[in-house]
Design a protein around this ligand. Structure first.
Ligand SMILES: NC(=O)c1ccc[n+]([C@@H]2O[C@H](COP(=O)([O-])OP(=O)(O)OC[C@H]3O[C@@H](n4cnc5c(N)ncnc54)[C@H](OP(=O)(O)O)[C@@H]3O)[C@@H](O)[C@H]2O)c1
Length: 310
């Protein structure tokens, strides 16, 4: 029980599925009150029942985090239940694949609202109480995607870059307050995130080894308890992070563009054909696309045939 009679709790967003669910379940094993936040009533109830079997108390807050004042609604829910947030886990997030210029703008802005705006709003709403108590912290789900620009998933990669930058800056600002911020940056994880949006079908994710949500959750929690600024779970993610830091963007960007293009999508060169039937097909075109030799992607205008003068 804290000084003002409020009970400390752990708030997990995106607790109905994937990494958020795994975080909630692994934290609950430690016997604290867990508040599960998500949209899907049925899934949240199932997770709560599973956690209850382990003897921990859970409260379910069914909430669309894109709703107005979502962060305020979380805080009001805690106040109404006599709780104070000890640890906030920001796991709710969405991905999106495709050319930014041809994807619906609304969808891309909603992604920013959830992955960036809500994360900031919730963090900054709940952190002041932690600082006042000189205890607690935040675990933010970033991604390896945040380490580089990501053509074909431009807005998602940029949103994760923001999460990483924001989390690390906060970590430093809060030094000495007793409050820590940990940014977790996993590579691909076996969750609905990969499968639900067909991201798993992209050439990059087809062959890249995946982590389990439980493994990520366990490493994230351990890193947080140790006061780590960054947690990169798994050896393949660590290697990928190292490679990304070494390879110049001039080389990596065209490669990422290539391996994140779905073969049945319209070819980005604007030919109107599918990618596999156009730049993804011939070896010379594939080379051009993969290595982005300047100017070669644009169609060369045909030189006018010289008229034979008889
Ligand atoms: N899976 C990966 O490969 C991977 C890799 C690196 C980083 N990440 C990051 O890890 C985090 C969790 O991803 P995941 O793999 O666990 O994804 P997931 O299985 O798709 O789960 C996403 C969670 O976010 C919640 N959510 C989505 N929109 C919401 C909204 N508007 N309001 C409330 N909740 C909402 C979902 O809840 P409802 O279904 O109940 O709405 C769900 O619980 C994300 O931030 C993601 O970017 C994932």
């Amino acid at each position: 029980m804290s000084q003002n009679g409020l009970r400390p709790c752990i708030v997990v967003t995106g607790a109905s599925n994937g990494i958020g669910q795994a975080m909630a379940e692994s934290i609950a094993a430690k016997g604290v009150v867990v508040v599960l936040v998500g949209r899907s009533d049925e899934r949240l109830t199932a997770v709560a029942e599973e956690i209850a079997k382990r003897g921990s108390e859970t409260l379910v807050l069914k909430l669309d985090l894109l709703a107005d004042n979502a962060a305020r609604q979380v805080k009001d829910f805690l106040d109404a239940n006599g709780l104070v947030c000890d640890v906030l886990v920001n796991s709710a997030g969405q991905g999106l694949q495709g050319l930014a210029a041809s994807r619906p703008l609304d969808t891309q802005l909603r992604l920013i609202d959830l992955n960036v705006r809500l994360l900031v709003e919730l963090t900054l709403t709940l952190i002041p109480d932690m600082v006042a108590r000189r205890d607690g912290g935040v675990i933010n789900l970033g991604s390896l995607a945040g380490l580089t620009p990501g053509p074909q998933m431009a807005v998602y990669y940029a949103s994760k870059s923001f999460v990483s930058s924001f989390s690390q800056a906060l970590y430093e600002e809060l030094r000495g307050t007793g409050v820590t911020v940990t940014c977790v940056i996993p590579g691909p994880v076996e969750t609905g995130f990969l499968h639900g949006r067909g991201i798993k079908d992209l050439p990059l994710f087809k062959y890249m080894p995946t982590l389990s949500a439980e493994d990520v959750a366990e490493k994230a929690w351990r890193g947080f308890r140790r006061g780590r600024r960054l947690v990169v779970p798994g050896i393949t993610s660590k290697l990928a992070a190292l490679v990304m830091s070494l390879v110049p963007l001039r080389i990596s960007l065209p490669v990422i563009n290539r391996v994140q293009t779905r073969w049945a999508d319209p070819c980005p060169c604007g030919s109107g054909k599918t990618f596999i039937r156009c730049c993804g097909m011939t070896s010379s075109a594939r080379r051009r696309f993969a290595f982005g030799i300047p100017g070669l992607l644009e169609k060369k205008p045909k030189s006018p045939k010289a008229k034979r003068v008889s």
